[in-house]
Design a protein around this ligand. Structure first.
Ligand code: FMN
Length: 224
């Protein structure tokens, strides 16, 4: 392992490889995807939005349970209600951070009112019926939804569209706002829209909040 972070030098090496340009495209989307909180006005083409939802729906899922549901928020009052709740949770989080409170308060953590499309993604309610792959780790359903969102995130980046995952909310409050069925659990508010630019580095890195750990720290052989 070279430990280099540049993922774009890849060459086709298997009869099953994509053409080199397409391989580079996949790594390019992975490297240049960013969590987006700043949006510029402009509609999202409905066909593009459908492609993004389809990309999510092609994600792997434990036992093929496809435990995701997307609610598209088009009602302005509802959007504002979601924003108000997230804002309250932002303040609650700031208080919980104690010494890093002021540093946190300078960060932008969502673009709910500015983005063109707003989606609430939830775990579906019939989770208990699915045992396959979840007997010992029930959270595999949440892992599956995360795979779906990541698919959408990468597809959006390739399409030049920004996506931000907002997680500052009480699931029960959001569930009630979207009238989710009993047992369903909202896990993401996705802000989707056009962007001025995609930053080279995560915002939390640029602002000095944290940094990417070296490969040597996250990889070991045989023993941790
Ligand atoms: C599960 C999950 C929840 C997140 N929730 C938020 C959030 O509420 N607000 C926010 O600004 N960023 C949120 N993020 C984005 C992370 O801060 C971001 O992915 C990380 O800082 C790395 O930056 P990058 O995505 O631009 O590479 C979330 C990311 C994940 C995977």
């Amino acid at each position: 392992m070279s430990g280099k972070t540049d993922m774009t030098g890849t060459k086709a090496h298997s009869k099953h490889s994509f053409p080199e340009e397409e391989i580079r495209g996949v790594y390019h989307a992975i490297e240049s995807r960013r969590d987006i909180r700043h949006f510029i006005p402009g509609e999202i083409d409905p066909e593009l939005l459908e492609r993004l939802i389809k990309a999510a729906h092609h994600a792997p899922s434990v036992g093929y349970m496809q435990p995701w549901h997307f609610v598209r928020i088009t009602d302005s009052q509802l959007r504002h209600a979601i924003h108000d709740h997230v804002e309250q949770e932002r303040l609650n989080t700031a208080d919980a951070l104690e010494q890093r409170r002021d540093e946190f308060m300078k960060l932008k953590i969502e673009g709910i009112l500015e983005c063109s499309e707003l989606l609430v993604v939830s775990l579906t309610s019939q989770r208990e019926q699915y045992i396959l792959g979840r007997r010992t780790i029930p959270e595999m359903d949440l892992a599956s939804v995360a795979c779906a969102i990541q698919n959408m995130w990468l597809a959006a980046r390739a399409e030049g569209i920004g996506l931000g995952w907002v997680s500052f909310f009480e699931p029960e409050v959001l569930a009630s706002l979207i009238k989710a069925p009993q047992g369903a659990l909202p896990v993401a508010i996705l802000c989707i829209g056009h962007v001025e630019h995609f930053a080279d580095r995560p915002l939390l890195e640029e602002t000095g909040w944290d940094s990417r750990r070296p490969l040597s720290e996250i990889l070991s052989e045989n023993q941790w």
